[in-house]
Design a protein around this ligand. Structure first.
Ligand code: GDP
Ligand code: MN
Length: 380
């Protein structure tokens, strides 16, 4: 789960990580009173789940109350990486002496957490990693050991800082790592971490919380923004379906996660672009099959559907009934390829036959057929 910068900063504040004072607003005129509260320069920042807001014009400085309102007007409603800005954070502007990068991230390849520090703050860290990898200092955390003092020292060793600043940064690194562990994050990033006068302060904040740990953090429920959800996935999950939107044009339905993934791979190998993953589960009824097909059909990109059923506790006749049920309600205007085998296969085939549907017998044959009917795609 991604959260907004202003929410990340609220969590930072609670955990003793210094952040600027500010408020989030949805209506531009409200920027005026916030400006007046500080009585000096503010920064107005787009709140969207995307980086690169600075480059996109989503971060503006304002030196008068009217400028703050104008900046908020310009930013609210703007699109950044396809996301519409609905809220802005208005904060006291910082006098920036130096910008650093400080982040903790789960490195899935090493299966360990990694702390990263760089003097090249304010820039895209991926770009820094590519162009000047020596400017990033990393410490890898052993899962059973705490952050070690030598690791903290190594991280800040090469930075040009005074002793007092070094001490402050060391404390901040320890705090940020503790915070990362406490909230079950997979990413916590401060870019830039600003040195302003003699203090470090988080000018930006990005936090990703591990979805699998959300049950341990009931207080985080309010942080979730459904506006970011894929609308198809939201609808499917409300109906209790295991659906993942992939963006191609061939809808895929199967029973069992392994079978569905195998089907996706086969379609992809044959040059097709799967539109989704959809597992109807074991022992699915005709009505589950029907609502599955309806979800896939409501994806406007879908131009054809491949249904792959291996009947075990799932009965082929139930699946066939579900398919025919949808066809009775509305004429299916796209190619449909079905592979059906196992429990009650004969009964299932008979039901499909009445609807002029002839199932294939091999997965690859089915994949080739649907790709030939729909055409090869590049996405998914
Ligand atoms: P991002 O582009 O989405 O990562 O947004 P950031 O919050 O990192 O802001 C982009 C840039 O705006 C930063 O790297 C800073 O250089 C600048 N910036 C952000 N906050 C302030 C501020 O309070 N004062 C000043 N002078 N610049 C700021
Ligand atoms: Mn940033």
């Amino acid at each position: 789960m991604n959260i907004y910068e202003y929410q990340a900063k609220e969590l930072f504040r609670k955990h003793g990580i210094p952040v600027p004072e500010g408020s989030v607003i949805e209506s531009p005129p409200d920027a005026k009173s916030i400006y007046e509260r500080f009585g000096r320069k503010v920064v107005v920042k787009a709140q969207v789940h995307a980086g690169g807001r600075g480059k996109a014009g989503g971060v503006k400085l304002a030196s008068t109350p009217d400028e703050a309102v104008t900046a908020a007007k310009a930013i609210i409603g703007m699109k950044i990486k396809d996301l519409t800005v609905k809220k802005v954070l208005v904060e006291e502007a910082l006098a920036i002496d130096k910008e650093f990068y400080l982040g903790v991230v789960l490195d899935r390849e090493r299966a360990q957490n990694v702390i990263m520090v760089s003097s090249q703050g304010g820039m895209d860290i991926e770009e820094v990693a590519e162009k000047t990898p020596e400017a990033i200092c990393k410490a890898t955390l052993h899962p059973l050991l705490e952050l070690q003092e030598y690791q903290v020292k190594n991280l800040i060793y090469s930075l040009k800082l005074s002793d007092a600043e070094r001490c402050q940064l060391a404390a901040l690194i320890r705090k940020l790592y503790r915070f990362y562990c406490d909230i079950d994050a997979t990413l916590v990033e401060i870019n830039p971490l600003v040195l302003s006068g003699a203090s470090f302060i988080a000018a930006d904040g990005k936090v990703t919380i591990d979805d699998n740990a959300l049950f341990r953090h009931k207080d985080f429920e309010g942080l979730f923004d459904v506006a970011d959800d894929d609308p198809l996935e939201r609808e499917a999950h409300q109906k209790g379906l295991a659906y993942v939107h992939l963006g191609g044009n061939i809808g895929i339905i199967g029973n069992g996660a392994g079978l569905v993934m195998g089907t996706l791979d086969t379609v992809k190998q044959e040059g097709g672009a799967p539109a989704n993953f959809l597992d109807i589960g074991g022992g699915a009824s005709a009505s589950v099959m029907k609502s599955s097909l309806e979800i896939v059909l409501s994806d406007p990109q879908v131009k054809g559907i491949f249904i792959n059923i291996f009947g075990g506790i799932t009965r082929c006749d139930e699946v066939a009934k579900g398919i025919v049920g949808v066809m009775k309600e509305s004429a299916l205007k796209m190619p449909l390829v079905i592979k059906l085998c196992g429990t009650r296969e004969e009964e299932g085939r008979a039901i499909l036959k009445e609807a002029q549907l002839e199932p294939v017998t091999e997965v690859r044959e089915g994949a080739r057929k649907i790709v030939a009917l729909v055409g090869a795609g590049s996405r998914g």
